[in-house]
Write a protein that binds this ligand. Structure first.
Ligand SMILES: [Zn+2]
Length: 125
C-alpha cells in the first residue's frame, strides 16, 4: 500500500509509513461503546386496530402511550419508554375487553328488546 501523506510504498500490512511515520491504517478499530437498548414494543399497530375495531376512547389512550414509547427511546429515557409500553399494552387490552363487553351488552339488549317486543305482541292478541 502507498502512504497517503508522502506516497511512499509500504508493506501491505504495515501500520506506519517507513518514510514519514504516518499512520497507514488503524491497528485496532476500537469498537464504539454501544448502549444496549432493549427492544421495547410500542403496540402502536395493536392500539390502532383495537381502536378501529372497538371504537372506544380507551384506544386513543393506548395510541397516546404507544407514540410515547419511540420518542422516549430516542431521548434515551428507556425506563420511561418501558413504562409507556406497559401502559399502552394495558390500555390495548382494556379496549379489547371494553369492546367485548359492549358487544355482549348490545347483543343482550337486542335480544331483550326482541323478546319484549314479541311478548307485548302476544299480550295484545
Ligand atoms: Zn509516509
Amino acid at each position: 500500500m502507498y502512504c497517503k501523506s508522502c506516497g511512499a510504498k509500504n508493506e501491505d500490512n504495515a501500520y506506519q509509513c517507513t518514510k514519514c511515520g504516518g499512520v497507514l491504517r488503524e491497528r485496532n478499530v476500537t469498537p464504539q461503546p454501544q448502549i444496549n437498548v432493549p427492544y421495547i414494543p410500542n403496540y402502536l399497530a395493536f392500539s390502532i386496530i383495537t381502536t378501529l375495531m372497538c371504537c372506544l376512547p380507551f384506544g386513543i389512550v393506548a395510541i397516546v402511550y404507544s407514540s410515547q414509547v419511540n420518542s422516549k427511546v430516542v431521548c434515551g429515557d428507556i425506563e420511561g419508554a418501558m413504562e409507556s409500553s406497559k401502559k399502552a399494552k394495558a390500555w390495548c387490552w382494556w379496549t379489547v375487553i371494553g369492546g367485548a363487553v359492549v358487544a355482549v351488552l348490545y347483543i343482550l339488549l337486542s335480544v331483550g328488546l326482541a323478546t319484549a317486543a314479541v311478548s307485548t305482541e302476544f299480550q295484545y292478541h
